[in-house]
Ligand binder design. Structure first.
Ligand code: DX5
Ligand code: ZN
Length: 218
């Protein structure tokens, strides 16, 4: 399949959120990545339902919602109503992962599981065939603009093997510290979707940066 990019709205200028979303609509972005942080699972708080509803009102592309919250299963219906198309929860935040993934899918959303940098891909062995997406964190979650952790390449390769061996259709997404210097190698290693926040929104031409990251080839 072709390579996708999901710019992270966390790095947008919130004083003009509507026009930032419109910029993404008219760019080559495939999905809009929406980071939800609760100040408990991660040491930062981002935004909640009213903001996601506004993003949805403007967006013409799927909302890829990444939950960095504890007890994510308490809120699945609310994220669905707010406009989530893909809902990703953290492995480390959910004791009953199979039940949670099934509940997300029953609500009509794609289900993803995110792994913190220290969490091995192998822990997904018995659920990989149920997942639509695995999100590999390439920074410690909580903040935009952090440095990419290079062990991520090994992890992508191991996850890719797990997916191929199991016959799963899960896509691989990488999130954190993605920019023009590592995007080509990440796609080449097996990533399907790259999330990019700071590198896109701090660029003089975000649309051009989206295009360049997406077309990067090793
Ligand atoms: C970090 C978030 C990321 C973040 C990525 O906890 O999950 O999605 O927005 O931002 P950059 O691309 O700036 O590292
Ligand atoms: Zn994210």
């Amino acid at each position: 399949m072709s390579k996708l990019i999901a710019p992270s709205i966390l790095s947008a200028d919130f004083s003009k959120l509507g026009s930032e979303v419109e910029m993404l609509n008219s760019s080559e972005a495939d999905w809009i990545h929406v980071d939800v942080m609760d100040g408990v699972f991660v040491p930062n708080i981002s935004f909640g339902f009213p903001v996601i509803e506004k993003i949805k009102e403007y967006a013409t592309k799927p909302l890829d919602v990444h939950l960095m919250i504890i007890n994510p299963d308490h809120y699945f219906e609310k994220f669905k109503s707010a406009g989530a198309d893909i809902l990703t929860i953290h492995y480390e935040a959910e004791t009953h992962l199979h039940r949670a993934v099934s509940a997300i899918k029953e609500l009509g959303m794609k289900a993803g599981v995110a792994l913190n940098p220290h969490t091995p891909a192998a822990l997904l062995e018995d659920i990989i065939h149920d997942l639509d997406l695995v999100l590999i964190m390439s920074v410690n979650p909580g903040f935009g603009g952090q440095k990419f952790i290079s062990n991520t390449y090994n992890k992508i390769s191991r996850l890719k093997k797990l997916i191929n061996d199991s016959g799963s259709k899960a896509l691989i997404e990488v999130d954190g510290g993605v920019n023009l210097t590592n995007s080509a190698k990440l796609y080449k290693t097996g990533v399907d979707i790259l999330v990019a926040g700071n590198s896109v929104f701090s660029s003089v031409s975000p649309k051009q940066t989206i295009k360049e990251i997406k077309s990067a080839r090793w």
